[in-house]
Design a protein around this ligand. Structure first.
Ligand SMILES: Cc1ncc(COP(=O)(O)O)c(C=O)c1O
Length: 447
């Protein structure tokens, strides 16, 4: 041990060495507020949680998973390889199945899409891949453009990597191409274009807004990313986590389908359509991005759990996954209708609200009046806790803005509660809004 490391012991004084953590560890910050709210929901089942972004609990595919495990373990060769390490990039048959499914969804052949299993990597959930891609692309101070608001875990990753998330205006159709272009031009005028490494877009039933990016905007956004790739390539990181939960007949093609394969990294997951407990995600990556991502992944885990990958593959092959997802779309569709009706009946008569009814996914994003504070330390949140309901305060979903972030939005997650509890939860939001508006004393009682 070098002398200096002994010094606090040898001096004879009872000095306690100060722990030194990396800058990145310090930048990671505390647990996001949504995780705190999830823990709160689990600890207090009597509270109606419209905050936790869990998939519906009671419809998790217990029987389908039991059958898939049974089928895997009943063949000794399959069983043995499922219990062994796999490769860093992932289980080949699953990667091929992902390419085939993607091609079917895009209505084109894999070669027309420039998609092949060699470019597909499997990760333990798509969030891991999001981290790996951003870690590959960002140096401290680099910029990722994203919708404002956006997926709060993405914001946490960028902060962790000491990058900078810059918000782009969205409307009812998702990210506004003109706003993206304006922001890029502004950054170019400031000599900062070289810092822009990526544009992050959750393209189907976004978290937190529930909005699906309109089809005509997709080729425009890809075109903008390419045109502004001057000093360095600007990638689009397309997060399609909720694609399989998109209800109805309108199923836009991915941004990736408008690319030749060099710009867009497309991320998907089986967490939402099947089971987050199994946690299998994937990405179809530009080939030059794949190698550095795999190098990082090699250091991280040198391969995601083989058992889980083979389980998902089995459920894909025997059709269980698709029929389960079909059932989920029906259930969520019904819950969206219940949520919208309850918002009209119980919240709108009390306070003006605006929201876009989603076509699927797990969330509705509600705007309240600009002066109405939905923050976690505000009167409305406290009144909601008194009424026995939790929501996700919208403030946690915005990238930093010079003039502060809006504090008048809430994200409602309709997936977990039964339709009846959903109605009760939204009625409780209404009572809390009335209490807050009227400045009733109970609204500011701390828990
Ligand atoms: C937009 C978005 N992307 C990615 C994920 C990560 O999902 P997983 O890591 O389970 O695949 C989530 C999970 O909530 C999400 O909302």
């Amino acid at each position: 041990m070098p002398h200096s490391q002994h010094s606090s012991y040898s001096s004879g004084k009872s000095e306690i060495p100060t722990a030194a953590f990396s800058r990145r560890a310090e930048a990671a910050g505390g647990p996001p507020i949504a995780n705190v709210l999830m823990a709160e929901a689990l600890a207090h089942p009597e509270v109606i949680s419209l905050a936790a972004g869990f998939v519906e609990h009671d419809s998790l595919p217990v029987e389908e998973v039991a059958a898939a495990v049974q089928s895997m373990l009943s063949r000794r060769d399959v069983a043995l390889s499922s219990l062994q390490y796999g490769s860093t990039i992932g289980f080949p048959p699953l990667r091929q199945a992902i390419v085939d499914r993607l091609a079917a969804a895009e209505g084109r052949s894999p070669s027309e899409l420039a998609a092949s299993m060699e470019r597909v990597v499997i990760t333990a959930g798509s969030n891991q891949l999001l981290y790996l891609i951003l870690d590959t692309l960002l140096d401290p101070g680099d910029i990722v453009l994203c919708g404002s608001p956006t997926y709060f875990v993405f914001l946490g990753i960028v902060q962790n990597l000491r990058g900078c998330a810059v918000g782009i205006e969205i409307d009812a159709e998702g990210m506004i191409p003109e706003a993206l272009e304006e922001r890029l031009a502004w950054l170019a005028r400031r000599g900062e274009l070289d810092r822009v490494k990526a544009i992050y877009i959750a393209s189907y039933c976004d978290n937190p807004t529930g909005i699906t990016l309109a089809e005509p905007r997709r080729p425009k956004l890809v075109d903008i990313a390419k045109r502004w790739s001057r000093g360095n390539l600007i990638r689009i990181v397309e997060d399609a986590a909720y694609r399989d939960l998109q209800c109805g007949d309108v199923r836009p093609y991915s941004l990736r389908s408008y690319d030749d394969g060099g710009c867009v990294a497309l991320l998907g997951t089986f967490s939402k359509s099947f089971s987050p407990g199994i946690r299998v995600g994937w990405g179809l990556l530009p080939s030059d991005l794949l190698l550095p991502v795999l190098a990082l992944k090699g250091n991280l885990d040198f391969g995601s759990p083989q058992f889980n990958q083979m389980l998902v593959y089995t459920a894909l092959e025997n059709g269980a996954l698709d029929s389960h997802a079909e059932g989920l779309r029906r259930r969520y569709h019904e819950k969206i209708q219940v949520t919208a009706a309850a918002l009209e009946e119980s919240l709108r008569p009390i306070i003006p609200i605006q929201y876009v009814q989603p076509a699927g996914g797990l969330y509705v994003w509600v705007h309240l009046p600009p002066d109405f504070d939905t923050g976690i330390d505000g009167d409305f949140f406290r009144a909601c806790v008194r009424e026995g309901v939790l929501y996700l305060p919208g403030e946690s979903c915005f990238p930093n803005e010079e003039n502060g972030v809006p504090r008048n939005c809430i994200r409602i997650s309709y997936s977990m509660p039964s339709p009846e509890r959903l109605r009760q939860g939204i009625a409780a939001l209404g009572r809390a809004a009335r209490r807050t508006r009227s400045g009733m004393p109970g609204s500011s009682t701390k828990r």
